[in-house]
Ligand binder design. Structure first.
Ligand code: NAP
Length: 461
């Protein structure tokens, strides 16, 4: 069974789903392709009716969507509600702004007139992860549907109910059949979708391994792709930071979504002068978290998404320790039912320890002490990843100077990586390429066509 909904708080299987047969998959691709032929001709206003309706339906039924996320992947219920609201906001944002983002742009050549226009390209295949089971879908559905494309979505195997719920949302919003299609398919079938000539673009949010496999397949087919991959973001604390205000961000940055966020704060890089104080306060703030039922609003520490996510993370911590890392806090499974991992801090992770370059996708913080600001920047940049990062300082101008020197796709001053419908999201290096959200996000899968008009009376040039 490839699609299985298992509650990580109880370990109980909630529901299982069969993967599509090849002929079911073929019918879905054919529908998406034929829907594209009519959807592409619709005005932005016509498309916006459906996309805005989907936003409105999500806003109106936050708890229904949120409960599914919490049951399937253990997200704290208030975080699930926040995610549902944010997903609806993203859809509403694109319903409102897409026509402006894709409006023709006048150019100024030496002779004649010219403009760039934007048109859809066809069926886009999107492969999405479980960690934000609605937000990741909204990030592709909002822009690409408003641009006039249709989409096929392969969601992660552990969140089939969220995947089906989000597809139903489009049906309820009045979408034509084939506009938004959820695919319950294997990796082999996913390769066939990428190869299919009716599919014109591929978007992935997921691990580096998936990125290598899917982007190379798209490349072989000469198809445009965007890759939102992993990260190991630095959380830089300079000596002038206000620690009382910084610690809650450190906890939130590492523990939000049980630490399973691509742009979570994963490497805490603290200037020596305040490193001891930071570590002591960070430790006691993490110790104060309360593990429990993610459906209970008072719980502050939820389970990981699956039992295998927990066992993989425990192995990763053990491997780091075997190579010289020290455990300053946690490091073990929590002795209770469910896929719970202790909030963990690793210190003494040296560059020759493979963990130094790893992404810990769960509540495991790596702590580094550095001499000064320059050393903090150098360490932040000594990473294969380049997604986001934060710097904490009382001096905003200094924070901006540091932000400029950190080699990532996003930097946040006195804040953790925090997205907004308006702000482009994405990374460099092994964190991938392309951007989602904002104006940039809608430009990824459109044809930017040049149209030039020549004055026939003018002399030949
Ligand atoms: P994953 O294993 O790569 O899974 C993500 C999605 O890709 C799932 O739908 C998965 O399907 C699919 N997939 C994986 N390998 C595939 C292949 N060879 N062919 C077709 N589909 C494939 O990632 P994960 O470990 O679940 O998710 C966490 C990772 O995603 C972390 O590295 C995290 O940093 C990254 N992430 C990045 C962003 C971003 O915006 N940059 C956001 C969120 C998460 P199955 O479930 O069926 O295997």
């Amino acid at each position: 069974m490839e699609y299985e909904s298992v509650n990580p708080f109880t370990g109980k299987t909630v529901k299982t789903f069969n993967a599509f047969t090849d002929s079911q998959l073929e019918a879905k691709i054919a529908k998406a392709a034929s829907c594209y032929e009519t959807w592409r001709t619709k005005s932005y206003a016509q498309r916006a009716v459906i996309v805005a309706k989907a936003a409105q339906l999500m806003h109106a039924d936050v708890d229904k969507f949120a409960k599914h996320a919490t049951i399937e992947m253990g997200k704290l219920i208030n975080e699930s509600r926040g995610e549902v609201n944010f997903s609806a906001n993203i859809l509403a944002y694109y319903a409102k702004n897409s026509e402006r983002f894709l409006a023709p742009v006048k150019l100024h050549p030496e002779h004649g007139e010219a403009h760039m226009e934007s048109s859809p390209i066809g069926v886009i295949f999107c492969v999405e992860p479980w960690n934000f089971p609605y937000y990741q879908l909204a990030r592709v559905a909002g822009p690409h549907l408003m641009a006039g494309n249709t989409i096929l979505v392969k969601h992660a195997g552990c969140v089939p109910q969220c995947a089906i719920e989000f597809e139903q949302l489009w049906i309820d919003a009045g979408a034509p059949e084939g506009l938004y299609t959820n695919l319950l398919i294997s990796h082999e079938q996913s390769d066939k979708v990428i190869d299919d000539p009716r599919v014109k673009g591929v978007a992935l949010t997921g691990s580096v391994a998936a990125g290598r496999s899917i982007s190379s397949r798209a490349g072989t087919n000469l198809k445009v792709s965007s890759m939102e991959l992993g990260g190991s973001d630095a959380f830089i604390v300079l000596e002038d930071a206000d620690l009382e205000k910084t610690i809650p961000w450190a906890v939130w940055g590492r523990m939000y979504n049980a630490g399973q966020t691509c742009c979570a704060s994963k490497r805490f890089i603290v200037v020596d002068e305040i490193a001891d104080k930071f570590l002591a306060k960070f430790k006691s703030a993490l110790e104060a978290l309360k593990p429990g039922d993610p459906m209970d609003e008072t719980t502050t520490h939820g389970p990981l998404s699956t039992e295998s996510a927990l066992t993989d993370l425990l192995k990763q911590v053990d491997a780091a320790v075997a190579k010289g890392a020290k455990v300053a806090l946690g490091g073990k499974r929590i002795d209770r039912e469910g896929a719970f991992m202790e909030a963990t801090i690793l210190t003494d992770v040296k560059p020759d320890n493979p963990a130094f370059r790893d992404e810990f996708f769960g509540p495991v913080a790596m702590f580094f002490r550095v001499k000064d600001e320059a050393a903090a920047i150098a360490l932040a940049n000594d990473s294969d990843f380049g997604l986001g990062g934060s710097v904490f300082t009382k001096d905003i101008a200094r924070g901006k100077r540091v932000a400029t020197q950190v080699e990532t796709g996003m930097m946040f001053i006195n804040n953790i990586d925090w997205s907004d419908a308006e702000l482009p999201f994405g990374g460099i290096k092994d964190s991938g390429y392309g951007r989602e959200l904002g104006n940039m996000g809608i430009q990824e899968f459109v044809n930017k066509k040049l149209v030039r008009t020549h004055d026939m009376a003018a002399p030949l040039v």
